[in-house]
Write a protein that binds this ligand. Structure first.
Ligand SMILES: [Fe+2]
Length: 378
């Protein structure tokens, strides 16, 4: 920086030197990194952040080459977690997310756990991940009715960053990512939690929200988007504290529509099922019981379309709950961790390519539990 200030504006420098200094100056600025100048035509501002550039170190295109048509990115990389809070654990998990360098993170509800501190929560997130980072929220029960914070305030200070998003951000929305040539449709919904009027939203069979969810899953299929990831605060199956708050019928809808991965929070632990599906041996998934016919694939390398994997990732920072090995639903689960067993805060780290969805639980610093699974095309 000393050399730069000595040269002032650099107006008398040769162009090549000016360019080097400009890059150095940019690198010295505080705040989010600025992309280097490119010889290629810029993508539209709304999608440029969503489309990764080519491999590091690849040669720039020759000046005479016509601009290439947009190509599908090789992979989409995101994290997901809920139940965060404002404590040390929340900061440690955000550090973990930051170190993974995902393109976006799904925040599955329960943020500040205290009214009036929503902005503090947002500042914590943006301080760790950057002001423009897509930290994509859906409400938890602590802020849906306003009594421990208000989802409207969270949406105000952590607004949507995904272009083309449909629906009501923070409550019920979907977005295809990247917007052009998408690999994943993210669908976020809010069954089983109370809102300001004291009532839950209606996700009952045939309701408007039921049909919206079904259409979002069908739409991904008809657009040939490789993967569907559903996120919501409340789980159905659980070896933790809660019953099927997401609703039995609604959970069966997600299975019937072949959602690939369903992510939840609410239970402050990590729990991940095998692939579950309906068929002759499983007329319906029934909470609080186990039916072997609903297990469509029970190793860690699963086949797309055979069923749905459910993962609760309520490990975003707040105090953990226990898990119960003797829960009747336990045989549906491939992995779990909680306060009383392999306790770990952390995040689910997911990479999706056209052919493969790979996920692993990444523990925050000081924890050791992990889990991994893959869903591949036949
Ligand atoms: Fe929670």
């Amino acid at each position: 920086m000393t050399a730069l200030s000595k040269h002032g504006g650099g107006s008398r420098l040769a162009p090549a030197t000016s360019l080097v200094l400009a890059v150095l100056l940019t690198a010295c600025q505080p705040g989010p990194p600025v992309p280097p100048p490119s010889s290629e035509s810029p993508a539209s501002p709304s999608t440029s952040a969503a489309v990764p550039s080519g491999p590091a170190g690849s040669a720039p295109a020759a000046p005479t080459t016509a601009p290439a048509a947009p190509t599908a990115p090789a992979a989409v990389h995101f994290t997901a977690q809920g139940d965060i809070g404002l404590g040390t654990g929340a900061r440690e998990v955000l550090d973990t997310i930051s170190s993974l360098r995902p393109e976006l993170s799904l925040a599955l509800g329960d943020f500040s756990y205290e009214a009036g501190r929503e902005h503090e929560f947002c500042d914590m997130v943006t301080g760790k991940l950057g002001g423009d980072f897509p930290y994509q929220v859906v409400t938890g029960n602590h802020e849906s009715d306003g009594h421990d914070g208000d989802i409207a305030n969270i949406v105000g200070c952590l607004p949507n960053r995904l272009p083309g998003l449909q629906g009501e951000y923070g409550i019920q929305w979907y977005a295809d990512y990247p917007e052009r040539a998408p690999l994943v449709r993210f669908i976020m919904v809010s069954p089983g939690i109370r809102f300001h009027d004291g009532n839950t939203l209606d996700y009952s069979r045939g309701s408007e929200r039921w049909r919206w969810t079904a259409a979002a899953l069908d739409g991904a299929r008809s657009r040939k988007i490789p993967w569907t990831v559903v996120g919501m605060h409340t789980p159905c199956l659980s070896v933790g504290k809660y019953e099927c708050q997401a609703g039995r019928d609604f959970t069966n809808l997600l299975i019937d529509k072949k959602a690939d991965l369903v992510l939840t929070g609410h239970d402050h632990n990590y729990q991940r099922t095998h692939q579950l599906g309906r068929g002759q041996g499983c007329p319906a998934l029934v909470p609080d019981t186990f039916s072997g016919g609903c297990l469509t694939d029970s190793d860690s390398a699963m086949v797309k379309g055979s069923g749905t994997v459910f993962a609760t990732v309520g490990t975003g920072g707040v105090g953990l709950y226990e898990v119960n090995d003797q829960d009747p639903e336990a045989p549906y689960f491939a992995a779990w961790s909680g306060k009383n067993r392999d306790a770990a805060l952390g995040t689910l780290d997911v990479t999706a390519t056209a052919d493969r969805l790979s996920a692993r639980f990444v523990p925050a610093a000081g924890y050791t539990f992990t889990d991994s699974f893959e869903i591949g095309r036949k």
